[in-house]
Design a protein around this ligand. Structure first.
Ligand code: GAR
Length: 210
């Protein structure tokens, strides 16, 4: 069983998608939010998950907040730290501390539109495709090795809301798949790329080694 700590800031629909996927090798050991009133936190508690709040506004700087977060997370000795709608920029120290086991979901087709307001920017830029990216986190904002992407069309009549809804649907499909791949040890980081080993490849490799 692989232990997962999930960080959220709001609605928590991606957390919910992961929980409801009932991934065989995955145990969510804690859900942490930087916002006391995060909707997703209440939902998580109702599911019987352990929840914590660490309000960033109560800390003098980012480093202090991140240190407290690290102490809390490390208490769980997680295999994976999942940023599922966590709306805080994390320090380099935090990103490096969890290198290779920190995954983020971002609502754009990276490297286009890192940061905030991704759907507005995709619409303003006249893009015909939008989507989401799931990636390993490095100190470069939204710049780590890409694990998976899902694309959706942008229609002429789209608004930020209709586009966000369409993108969110594929986020909910893709995130549980990636978590499943991670806990099944199928993901290998090679430079800036992520190789996904299917079971067949692993079997083949095992055969070659024998
Ligand atoms: C999702 O769209 C996720 O991609 C985005 O926040 C939303 C959270 O929704 N994440 C970011 O923008 C990270 N920079 P949720 O709380 O319903 O899962």
């Amino acid at each position: 069983m692989k232990k997962i700590v999930v960080l959220i800031s709001g609605r928590g629909s991606n957390l919910r998608a992961v929980v409801e996927a009932r991934i065989a090798q995955a145990e969510i050991v804690a859900v942490i939010s930087n916002q006391a009133n995060a909707q997703g936190l209440q939902w998580a508690a109702e599911q019987g998950l352990t929840t914590h709040v660490i309000e960033h506004s109560k800390f003098i700087d980012r480093e202090e907040f991140d240190h407290t977060l690290i102490r809390l997370i490390d208490g769980y000795q997680p295999d994976l730290v999942l940023l599922a709608g966590f709306m805080r920029i994390l320090s380099s120290e935090f990103c490096l501390h969890y290198a290779g086991k920190l995954i983020n979901i971002h609502p754009s087709l990276l490297p286009s539109f890192p940061g905030l307001h991704t759907h507005e920017r995709a619409l303003e830029s006249g893009c015909r495709l939008a989507g989401c990216t799931i990636h390993f986190v490095t100190p470069k904002l939204d710049g780590g090795p890409i694990i998976a992407q899902g694309a959706v069309p942008i229609f002429d009549h789209d608004t930020v809301e209709t586009l966000a809804q369409r993108v969110l649907k594929i986020e909910h499909q893709l995130l549980p798949q990636v978590v499943n791949d991670f806990v099944s040890d199928r993901l290998e980081i090679k430079g800036n790329r992520v190789i996904r080993h299917s079971d067949a490849t692993q079997d083949e490799e095992a055969n070659l080694l024998n």
